[in-house]
Design a protein around this ligand. Structure first.
Ligand code: EPS
Length: 391
């Protein structure tokens, strides 16, 4: 089983991530991870912090000579902004002074509930960890998972479907295969959006929101292709692949909704318009579906079709034109604290969502095919693939 932990505050010294259960002998380079970190940092609408950070990973354990050892993989990412926060974020006594203390909770952020729960007087103690900075660590972990999935021909891509109510033309959503060209085009577009006309409108919406001191949310879609039939199970609710994917997506800060395949649309349609007909082709595909409304999962199990997940992100709660709030200490009404933040981080959320989907799929692959080394896992996979092929 694959499991992980992350640690780190937004303006602390570094982020740390530890991944346990990676099979031995998986080729892994820091550059595989750095590339993903860079993808997360881009996107129109990010704020000043992204000009300070240029995320790079240091692999501090679990890898030798370019391959994993089977021991825990430990990764660190330095926060460059730490330079400016050393005093305020120091672990030594004396760090908390009135200067950077936060007492006016932002509506929509963890500030107030977190301060009450952990008995903090300075809400900075909450916002530092609740910050989406932590997602850099999950992207680093996801890069390791992606590296494992690549060994089995599984590929993941994400794109922006909607920002601030502007939606892409549905004809651009019909992505049935992931090509390097598609990936490059998306990675090089300002919002990771396949429809450049809609993208221009989204950028204008971001500009308008920014000018007004406001923020914008949106929807991203994640596609995983090459996933074999049989990951996850109907046998236990918590081992269903959809349970695990939905939980992982909801675990990304600011995500308020998840859909798989047709998602909420299924509630409106007749059964005959929802379920994907089964066909058989003995030359190439064997069993396949004529449509993929199920988003590649039936009964909690992958069915061999691409896995399709969508995530809805709320607008970031740090507003330059703050909403009304109440001071945590004096209880007097005030405007919420103004924190520097992004106007829109939806494209970045897509990259984070790719990472958590990769972690869940890698975990399900390890669960199904097991093995302490990549060699052993591959043998198990090939035996199964041959059995499926000969059905
Ligand atoms: C964030 C606020 C901003 C973002 C940050 C998430 O940081 P700061 O408060 O330093 O301006 O840039 O995101 C990142 C640092 C990142 O790497 O994504 C927040 O309040 O959640």
């Amino acid at each position: 089983m694959l499991s992980f932990l992350t640690a780190g505050e937004s303006h602390g010294k570094c982020l740390t991530a530890i991944l346990v259960g990676v099979p031995a002998n998986l080729p892994l380079l820091a550059s595989d991870i750095d590339n993903e970190l860079k993808r997360r940092q881009s996107g129109y609408g990010r704020g000043g912090r992204m000009k300070i950070e240029s995320d790079r990973v240091e692999i501090t354990a679990g890898v030798r000579d370019g391959v994993t050892l089977g021991s825990p993989v430990s990764l660190t990412i330095q926060n460059r902004d730490w330079e400016n926060w050393q005093k305020v974020m120091s672990p030594d006594p004396g760090a908390v002074t009135d200067k950077e203390t936060v007492t006016r909770p932002r509506p929509g952020h963890a500030d107030l509930a977190g301060g009450i729960k952990y008995n903090h007087k300075d809400l900075r103690n909450v916002l530092e960890r609740a910050s989406a900075r932590e997602t850099a660590a999950r992207v680093a972990l996801g890069a390791v998972a992606k590296r494992l999935l690549r060994e089995f021909g599984i590929d993941i891509i994400s794109f922006v479907v909607e920002i601030g109510g502007v939606r892409v033309n549905p004809k651009y959503l019909d992505i049935d295969s992931i090509t390097e060209e598609k990936r490059r085009t998306l990675d090089n577009s300002p919002l990771r959006c396949p429809d450049s006309e809609a993208e221009q409108k989204m950028m204008r919406a971001i500009d308008d929101a920014g000018k007004n001191g406001d923020t914008l949310g949106g929807i991203v879609e994640i596609i995983a292709a090459g996933v074999p039939v049989g990951l996850g199970t109907y046998a236990q609710w918590d081992r269903r692949l959809d349970t695990r994917l939905a939980g992982a997506i909801m675990g990304i800060p600011a995500i308020k909704g998840v859909e798989i395949g047709l998602g909420f649309e299924v509630a409106k349609r007749l059964g005959s318009q929802v379920h994907d007909e089964i066909r058989y082709d003995n030359t190439e595909k064997q069993f396949y579906r004529t449509t993929n409304n199920a988003g590649g999962i039936e009964g909690g199990i992958s069915n061999g079709e691409p896995i399709i997940v969508r995530a809805a992100m709320k607008p970031i709660p740090s507003l330059r034109r703050p909403l009304q709030s109440v001071d945590f200490i004096s209880k007097k009404p005030f405007e919420a604290t103004k924190e520097r933040a992004d106007v829109c981080a939806v494209p970045a959320a897509g990259v984070v969502a790719e990472a958590v989907v990769a972690i869940e799929l890698a975990n399900a692959m390890i669960e199904k095919f097991g093995g302490d080394s990549l060699n052993e896992m591959r043998k198990n996979y090939e035996t199964y693939a041959e059995y499926v092929y000969k059905l």
